[in-house]
Design a protein around this ligand. Structure first.
Ligand code: PA5
Length: 419
């Protein structure tokens, strides 16, 4: 897709306006734009000290939150810690196992979680900006009662860490009353843009991931993409490209990964783009696929289905642990498993390109805390640009609010029936 010069100049003008708007933080909840450059060092020290305290106190940390209040930390821990972290590496590294809660209402899960916690020393990290969201509130009530029974109210309070609004909300009030250690979600940063604030930083630090390196990566991206020039700003190019594809009827973006550790990163991406852009009947629907798994279940759709989508493949250039394929039937042609994975990706790309399926390929150098921070910032900014080009506000979520208020109303009705 090659826009002509006048078209390009038009895009450059639009991008210039958006760049200004973001830099001047004209809309509410744009504090994330320069956050990596202004994280208070004393906040980082406090987070690191608290992470250390949590490590000393417990063998299992339950992180309670939903949507933007948990997906970033989950994505980061899955990316940078082993899939066998809880069952094996946590013990070896003398770090708490990390469990997530508050992102659903599965009674079976919570019942099993309570069984699982019986053999552990437990701390809770409850995260909710509003402090009133139903699912984390219910999970917190349940787990807090469990802590009260096991440790007594006073000792339990020392094991509860709350991340919420600086002043407002039920969680802030309770934390104040009970004396929980707290961190504030910055006022000007919304849920899905908050992983680089205490919301993500505390649980990520507990898992032993270098949060300073993570913020360094984000700061690098922040500086690199603070540039209105469309020719050199890859982040803006990606935001624009998505938009142009949408105008051509490509209304679904499929995020594809060939490294399983990126799976939850694509969940984070789905929330970021879905909640930011899909409103007023507009926006690109984000989906995700993990390869090779989904090549054998959704590959047919990609190759031969309705061509209303484009693919965005996230790849990693070098990985720290590769396996030689000595002794394998492929050993003569392919030297390692990572190389084989790259060959599979190239094969799938070639097949799909034959169909003219647009294929965007974004590569990070390696799996590291620094590159995680970099990717987070890259996608946050690209998403904001894409939303403005689509003509929607990237920072509200009226659809989610509608569901939340329906639930509140339904529960109020039930209560009044009971009274
Ligand atoms: O991005 C968002 O704003 C939402 O996904 C919220 O993060 C999510 O609804 C949780 O809200 P809260 O942190 O207020 O419990």
């Amino acid at each position: 897709m090659q826009p002509d010069l006048t078209e390009w100049q038009q895009y450059q003008r639009e991008i210039g306006v958006i760049h200004e708007k973001l830099n001047k933080k004209q809309d509410a909840y744009t504090g994330w734009v320069d956050w990596p450059l202004r994280v208070p060092p004393e906040l980082l020290t406090e987070i690191l000290e608290t992470a250390e305290e949590i490590r000393r106190q417990c063998t299992a940390l339950v992180v309670i939150g939903i949507g933007g209040s948990y997906l970033g930390a989950k994505a980061c821990i899955e990316l940078l810690q082993s899939p066998f972290y809880n069952e094996y590496y946590a013990g070896r590294q003398k770090r708490p196992r990390i469990y997530f809660a508050g992102h659903h209402l599965s009674a079976i899960y919570y019942d099993e979680l309570l069984d699982r916690l019986a053999d552990e020393e437990v701390c809770l990290c409850v995260i909710s900006k509003s402090g009133t969201t139903l699912e984390p509130s219910i999970a917190f009530e349940l787990l807090r009662s469990y802590l009260w029974q096991r440790y007594g109210i006073k000792e339990a309070a020392k094991r509860i860490y709350a991340i919420t609004d600086a002043e407002k909300g039920a969680l802030r009030a309770e934390a104040h009353e009970q004396g929980y250690k707290t961190f504030a979600v910055p006022d000007d940063v919304g849920g899905r843009y908050s992983v680089l604030t205490p919301v993500g930083l505390l649980p990520i630090a507990v898992a032993g991931i270098d949060i300073k390196a993570m913020l360094k990566g984000a700061a690098m991206a922040c500086k690199m993409y603070d540039n209105a020039d469309l020719y050199s700003n890859v982040c803006y190019q990606y935001g624009l490209l998505r938009n142009l594809l949408q105008r051509q009827g490509k209304v679904i973006e499929i995020f594809e990964v060939y490294e399983g550790r990126l799976r939850y990163f694509t969940e984070w991406l789905k929330q970021l783009f879905g909640e930011s852009e899909c409103k007023d009947g507009k926006g690109i629907i984000p989906m995700s696929m993990q390869m090779s798994t989904d090549l054998h279940s959704m590959g047919q759709l990609l190759q031969d289905g309705r061509q209303i989508f484009f693919e965005t493949v996230l790849t990693i250039e070098t990985i720290s642990r590769d396996l030689p394929l000595t002794g394998s039937a492929y050993a003569g042609t392919v030297s390692s498993m990572h190389q084989l994975n790259q060959i599979v990706e190239a094969g799938a790309r070639k097949a799909h390109l034959k169909n003219d399926t647009p294929n965007i390929r974004l590569t990070v150098r390696e799996l590291s805390a620094e590159s995680f921070g970099y990717m987070v910032y890259f996608f946050e900014k690209a998403c904001a640009v894409s939303c403005y080009l689509t003509g929607v506000n990237p920072f509200d979520q009226p659809g989610v609010e509608a569901y939340k208020s329906n639930i509140k109303a339904a529960l109020r009705n039930k209560q009044s029936v009971r009274q």
